[in-house]
Ligand binder design. Sequence first.
Ligand code: S3P
Length: 438
Amino acid sequence: MPAQTFASSGPLKGTIRVPGDKSISHRALMFAGLAVGTSRIEGLLEGEDVLATAAAMRQLGADIEREENGTWRVNGVGVGGLLGPHEALDMGNSGTSTRLLMGLLASHALSATFIGDASLSGRPMNRVIAPLSQMGATFEASAGGTLPLMLRGASPPVPIRYRLPVASAQVKSAVLLAGLNTPGITTVIEPVATRDHTERMLKGFGVELEIGEEEGERAISVRGEADLTPCDVTVPGDPSSAAFFIVAALIVPGSDVIIENVGLNPTRAGIGAVLRQMGGSIEELNPREVGGEPVADLRVRHSSLKGIEVDPALAPSLIDEFPVLFVAAALADGTTRTTGLEELRVKESDRLAAMATALASAGAGVTEQEDGLTIEGTAGEPLRGSANAEVETHLDHRIAMAMAIAGLASRDGVRVDDTAPIATSFPSFTELLETAQR
Ligand code: S3P
């Protein structure tokens, strides 16, 4: 458990690049593993979560190699061709690996056991078990529908129409991926739009996918027994990783930084919209498309932020960015209120409780509600910091990184109890933070 103190060492300057998008990286490995033939992936995030997906796909029969130049080469087994793993699939900290692979395996005639770390083993899996059971898969889960769990794939699987009871791209993707090896048409209806990387990339791999509207809700249908055509994928920079540097530049006086190659898919772009509403100066330069996703370079300058009411309808488009948004709010002028964030309680940690405690120990004015936080900002005055008390990250990379950023805008620095989880999504975070402040 390496503890570390984060304190300001000056403004963020120059040009930086964040690693590849985590959501897109998982999907690229999985879909390439289902295509017959060779796919190549550029810019893959080499974080622990994605490496867990790569290891699992290898256990399921895909041939996956990293070439010396950093390109990943995948030879897939074909839809329906996944093999039963001899050993448990160790998902580490990764909810996305777990839920998407459960979907993929649910329509294959095989058994698999999923295990994970203490954080993942506390997270709810009933949200995928329910629809996948309707398709014919069976599960033996630990108490409360958690890992370790054993899955027996359906044989033959049956197609379903499923309306998402929670706004979750992971559940949507799990059902669509199960649909790939299911005869007939599998449909997911999402009352609230969530990230659409699965839909975009499946089309890129040649899958017949229809996106329509039913009574004002988005309906996504996939035709099963699909053939995936091998594909070359370029993964754009992760907006969720960029968010830590965006907020750092906004709150550290004198900062003016360019973050290159940031993914700006509209289903992920909520953090930019909310920070601009707070008065943040974030300019999009050189907009372009990378790997079927909109991308731009972002120029971010130190700004006087003001507190706002965050529209809960935007939550799915910045669901992973709330920890660092709370840090921005703690430095803003006035009160920021967030609501409708119950989902944050079932992420890698209970992010409402973890951030309320961590920010309070760093001297911020914060009140926790059932579905959000209310934060009184300092109007740009540095936070006191928490040099003598470690903030607890609860095996959650985003709590660790958000509080590291809070440390840059604090008098005494912020001591984070455990920086190891950062490697799940952003192994170069600390180094890049030093580079940006040199
Ligand atoms: C993800 C979806 C989101 C997000 C997670 C990645 C994905 O989870 O929080 O970090 O890649 O599909 P939910 O689907 O649980 O909202």
